[in-house]
Design a binder for this molecule. Structure first.
Ligand SMILES: Nc1ncnc2c1ncn2[C@@H]1O[C@H](COP(=O)(O)OP(=O)(O)OP(=O)(O)O)[C@@H](O)[C@H]1O
Length: 249
C-alpha cells in the first residue's frame, strides 16, 4: 500500500520443522498503533525480530518507508527510522537516564556530531537526549541512575532511547509486561500520546490496553495471520473469538 510505512509480503520463517511465520502479509499505517496479538508461541516476537533485522526471513519481503529492507542489517534499518524498544537489560544501570539516552543519540547520529567541538557537541547531545526524556515524561528524573528507576520508569527510558533515534516506526514487544496497575495506566497514556506522531507496531498480551489503544489489530495463530483490521471488527470476528479471545469473550 502506498500510504503504509511498513509492508510485509508473504513473510515466512521456519525453525527446523516448525513454521513460525507462515505467509504473513500486512501493512502498517504511518501513524497510530497497529497491535499484533495471539496466544503464547504464536510467533509474535519472531515476527518483530524479522522486521527489526535480528532474524532473517526464509521467504517474503519487508518494505519500510518506501524501500525494500528484507536483506538490510539491523543498524541500516535503524538508520532508516526503524526502532525497536530496547529491553531493560540494554539500559546501563550505572549511568543516569540522560546519559543512557545521550549514548543512544550519539550512536544513532553517527558522524553528524563530529562537526562540533567536543563541548558544543556534548551540549547538543544532551539537549537531544533531554528532548527525548521530555517526550516520555521522564525529564524530572534525568539525573537519576537508570538502576534506581522504577520498573515503569525504565520502560519510559527504553522508549526515550528508541525515540532519540528519531524513528518513523517503533517496534514494541510487550511494553506493559511486569508493570503494576498504576504504571500500566501511565504507560498506556504515554503510548496514546506517542501514536499521534509515530507508527507503532505493538505486541502486547494486555487486551484491555490493546483495544483501548490500537487503530488496527492483527491476530497471529501458529504463525498464520487469521485476521487483520479495525479493533471492533477483530473483536467480532468468529475465527478470532474461537482461536484466541474466546476464553475472555
Ligand atoms: N530460535 C528459535 N529456535 C527454535 N524455535 C524457536 C526459536 N525462537 C522461537 N521459537 C519457537 O517459535 C515459536 C514462536 O515463538 P515466539 O517467541 O515468536 O512466539 P510469541 O508469539 O512471541 O510468544 P509469547 O507470546 O509467549 O512471547 C515458539 O514455538 C517458539 O518455541
Amino acid at each position: 500500500m502506498a500510504d503504509s510505512i511498513l509492508a510485509l509480503e508473504g513473510l515466512r520463517k521456519r525453525f527446523g520443522g516448525l513454521t513460525v511465520t507462515d505467509d504473513v502479509s500486512l501493512s502498517v499505517a504511518p501513524r497510530g498503533i497497529h497491535a499484533v496479538i495471539g496466544p503464547n508461541g504464536a510467533g509474535k516476537t519472531t515476527l518483530i525480530h524479522q522486521i527489526s533485522g535480528t532474524l532473517r526471513p526464509d521467504a517474503g519481503q519487508i518494505r519500510f518507508a518506501g524501500r525494500e529492507v528484507t536483506h538490510l542489517p539491523l543498524h541500516r534499518r535503524a538508520r532508516l527510522g526503524l526502532a525497536r524498544s530496547f529491553q531493560i537489560t540494554a539500559v546501563l544501570p550505572g549511568f543516569s537516564a540522560l546519559e543512557n539516552v545521550a549514548l543512544a543519540v550519539q550512536a544513532g547520529a553517527g558522524s553528524s556530531f563530529r562537526f562540533f567541538r567536543p563541548a558544543a557537541g556534548e551540549a547538543r547531545l544532551n539537549a537531544a537526549a533531554m528532548a527525548a526524556l521530555e517526550q516520555v515524561g521522564l525529564a524530572p528524573r534525568a539525573g537519576v541512575k537508570a538502576g534506581a528507576l522504577s520498573h515503569g520508569e525504565k520502560r519510559q527510558l527504553e522508549l526515550a532511547i528508541a525515540l532519540a533515534l528519531r524513528p518513523k516506526l517503533l517496534l514494541l514487544d510487550e511494553p506493559l509486561a511486569g508493570a503494576g496497575p498504576e504504571e500500566t495506566e501511565r504507560l498506556i497514556l504515554l503510548l496514546g500520546r506517542l501514536k499521534a506522531d509515530y507508527a507503532i507496531l505493538l505486541v502486547e498480551h494486555d487486551m484491555q490496553a490493546v483495544f483501548a489503544l490500537a487503530e488496527a489489530v492483527s491476530v497471529l495463530v501458529y504463525g498464520r495471520l487469521i485476521a487483520s483490521g479495525a479493533p471492533e471488527a477483530i473483536r467480532a470476528d468468529p475465527a478470532v473469538r474461537a482461536a484466541y479471545l474466546g476464553e475472555d469473550a
